[in-house]
Structure formats: structure tokens, C-alpha cells
Ligand binder design. Structure first.
Ligand SMILES: [Zn+2]
Length: 165
């Protein structure tokens, strides 16, 4: 079991036989990899954490002013603009959006759950749909991105984003 005993016993909680938190690289930090195959539509796990009112690096939003702090599993999901898992925070479930091979990093779209991110960031997920700058679903880009718009690279990024928004 990945979660501490204080979270209680639930056979659907993520199991150490199925997942592992490993260091990826300096850009992404640590992530969660799968240790077995999951098919599209599979329930990967039910998730849990401490509920709080603040947004932290490892929280996921469960209601407009409620966040779940899970520094064991979901808190390490990487962001992708073409993610391989979807989170339903009302049901506390993680499901596979596509077939996921063993040894894959789990990725979600942070804007699926978050109105406002702990920190906005540039994305280099490589997806054709990459939004390039990641914000929560209810916030606008902050100063670093606006500053990037004045550079030629930023202008190219803006052109690519037009289709997305
Ligand atoms: Zn991206």
C-alpha cells in the first residue's frame, strides 16, 4: 500500500505492486510510474488525502474551496496536455484514458481539477495540443507568460495556442 495506515483500509487504494513514485528529471521532479498494464477505461485506483482549504503543490481541488493533500500518489502525477489518466475528484477515482503500458508515467491535465494552480508553468509535454503555458481552468496567464509574448518564441507560441482557445 502506498498510503499510510491513517487513511484507512480500502482495497482500491493504490498498491505498491502497481505504482511507484520515482524521480524523473530536474524539470518535472518526481512522477508516478505504472508497474503493470492498464487498459483504457480501467479504474487505476481510488485516492485519498488530507482535506484542507489551501492550495499546495501536492493538492487537488475537490470543491471550490476544498483541496485534497496527497503527497503519496496523485500529488506526483505529471501534467500533460494529452494525459493518460482522468481524475474525478467527487468520486476520488483515477481512470485510464488510453491503454497504459507498464513503466509509463501517469499524467493528468491539471486544468481538469484545478480552478487555480499552485503555480502556473510552461509546458513541454510534446502533445500536438500542448497549451504551452498551463493555468488553472478559471485563471488567466500571469506575468511570466505575458512577458514571453513579447519575444518571437512567445509570438509563435501564441499562434499555436489560437486553435486551443
Ligand atoms: Zn503541454
Amino acid at each position: 500500500m502506498i498510503y499510510p495506515k491513517k487513511f484507512g483500509i480500502n482495497p482500491l487504494y493504490p498498491q505498491a505492486a502497481d505504482f511507484e513514485v520515482i524521480y524523473k528529471d530536474t524539470l518535472s521532479g518526481s512522477g508516478v510510474i505504472t508497474k503493470r498494464y492498464f487498459a483504457q477505461g480501467d479504474l487505476l485506483a481510488m485516492v485519498a488525502g488530507e482535506e484542507m482549504s489551501e492550495i499546495l503543490q501536492h493538492t487537488l481541488q475537490i470543491a471550490p474551496d476544498r483541496h485534497m493533500y496527497d503527497p503519496y500518489f496523485t500529488g506526483y502525477f505529471l501534467h500533460s496536455c494529452s494525459p493518460n489518466v482522468s481524475l474525478d475528484m467527487s468520486k476520488r477515482t483515477v481512470t485510464a484514458l488510453c491503454d497504459i503500458e507498464a513503466g509509463s508515467f501517469l499524467s493528468m491535465d491539471y486544468a481538469e481539477t484545478e480552478d487555480v494552480l499552485f503555480k502556473q508553468f510552461p509546458c513541454s509535454c510534446g502533445s500536438p495540443n500542448c497549451r504551452l503555458w498551463i493555468t488553472g481552468r478559471k485563471e488567466t496567464a500571469t506575468a511570466p507568460y505575458v512577458a514571453a509574448l513579447t519575444s518571437s518564441a512567445g509570438l509563435m507560441a501564441t499562434a499555436q495556442m489560437t486553435g486551443e482557445y
